[in-house]
Design a protein around this ligand. Sequence first.
Ligand code: GLP
Length: 274
Amino acid sequence: MPLKADTICRDMLVMEVIIRKNGEECGLVAARIVAKCLQEKEKPVLGLATGSTPLQLYGELIELYRTGTISFKECTTFNLDEYVGLDHSHPKSYHRYMADNFFGRVDMCAENINIPDGTAEDLRQTCQEYETKIEQCGGIDLQILGIGSNGHIGFNEPMGSLSSRTWIKILSKNTIKDNGRFFKDAREVPRHVITMGIGTIMEARHCLIMACGWKKSEAVKAMIEGSVTAQWPASALQFHRRTTAVLDEEAASLLSHREHYAWVEENMMPWQTY
Ligand code: GLP
């Protein structure tokens, strides 16, 4: 099958790397990428992430919706992950995060929203059904991702399979400590989660991974310039055919090929820029 022009240029790099001054500017570029996807597709399917990093992006998307530039009416979404055992209205559940920070503020149709159900009686069945639903919707067009300081994406912790599917996983002590900041105490962080697997994420047609702050710099270096290894799950994205990493200066600070990434961005064809 002949390669599409879009693929040819992007194949110059394992990942397209866009570096911006701060989180706010990262949010602007990321929002343009999402807006482009919404405008190009009749029934776009978005994969969504939680955490503090995509908040700027959601803020920008809400703004674009308010000004009438984009609409989410035809859009279907699949969230990456959810804690097991937290009620959907629990202030720290990802159901609640999404309702407060995004869904409640745009024109998404409730029936098009999908988030893994960590309260389901049969968790294994719910995971399988999630995979089936993604498939039935034609797969994910654009998957938004953050990254943990240990290189996890979704809740795929180090040393998990790089071809895993949506499943129940155990959080690492490192992530429990990191995410403890969102709870009163790290002891309140559930140990179990449901997450799309690395294999599920790898099937998205475009991955958009965002990282901001010094704390992410080691994981970002490993993801983009290190070897592909289960020790840094995000490094699997080096095998993805189209991943865009949007980083702030701090998160990008350990990268060795920054000059090259900037050169490539400068020389993109107008239709390739965001
Ligand atoms: C959680 C989420 C991830 C997210 C990560 C980083 O563990 N499951 O999807 O990428 O946190 O979060 P933050 O952006 O707050 O650093």
